[in-house]
Design a protein around this ligand. Structure first.
Ligand code: SAM
Length: 175
């Protein structure tokens, strides 16, 4: 079985803890004149809540509201930030490179450069990576936020036009 299939076995309903959003925030311009589109997020998403709390304009769209990332018109926004469905990460990144706006997507690092398709995509597009010192534990229930997916691999932010260098290392504190 391919490693990225292992990494995304189960389903796509795992949610991002707040501490995983912290290292990205300092690379964003100050609000309020900035609009962030979170395309895989309901209003319960901690990306949405954190960015709103900080004073950004936030557009949250999600498949459960009939808003398929691959189908809907790209809303007017400055940044596209989320944790996408693991099973579609290659397709999501391809679409984001086509859209051409600055983005940051939190993805499992395992298998990210594998497959000829992804190799070609990364070879032909400029991007940055944020590598974090701790693994992120995702949760399944917004009301509890109890970690339920402790993947045996690191997560990274794949970014475009957000980080100042090709690779950035950040320390995170799990809460
Ligand atoms: C890994 S979860 C992350 C959710 C949220 N972004 C977070 O970080 O907590 C990915 C989410 O994308 C949703 N999703 C799957 N396919 C989608 C699509 N084509 N368009 C929009 N959302 C989609 C899934 O239902 C799932 O809730």
């Amino acid at each position: 079985m391919k490693m990225d299939k292992v990494a995304c076995s189960g389903n796509d309903e795992f949610y991002t803890p707040d501490y995983a959003i912290t290292p990205l925030v300092k690379y964003l311009p100050a609000p309020p004149e900035v609009t962030i589109w979170c395309p895989f997020d309901t209003c319960e998403s901690l990306f949405v809540k954190r960015f709103k709390r900080l004073g950004y304009n936030v557009i949250a769209t999600h498949i459960s509201n009939g808003e398929d990332f691959f189908e809907i018109d790209v809303p007017k926004c400055d940044y596209i930030i989320s944790n996408p469905p693991y099973s579609l990460k290659g397709e999501v990144l391809q679409r984001l490179f086509e859209i051409g706006k600055p983005f940051a997507m939190l993805v499992g690092v395992v298998g990210i450069f594998e497959s000829q398709k992804r190799f070609d995509m990364f070879k032909h597009n400029d991007f940055e990576i944020m590598y974090m010192n701790r693994r992120i534990a995702y949760f399944k229930d917004y009301s509890e936020q109890k970690p339920s997916l402790n993947p045996p691999f690191s997560s990274v932010y794949i970014c475009k036009d957000i980080l100042p260098k090709t690779i950035v290392f950040e320390e995170i504190k799990k809460t």
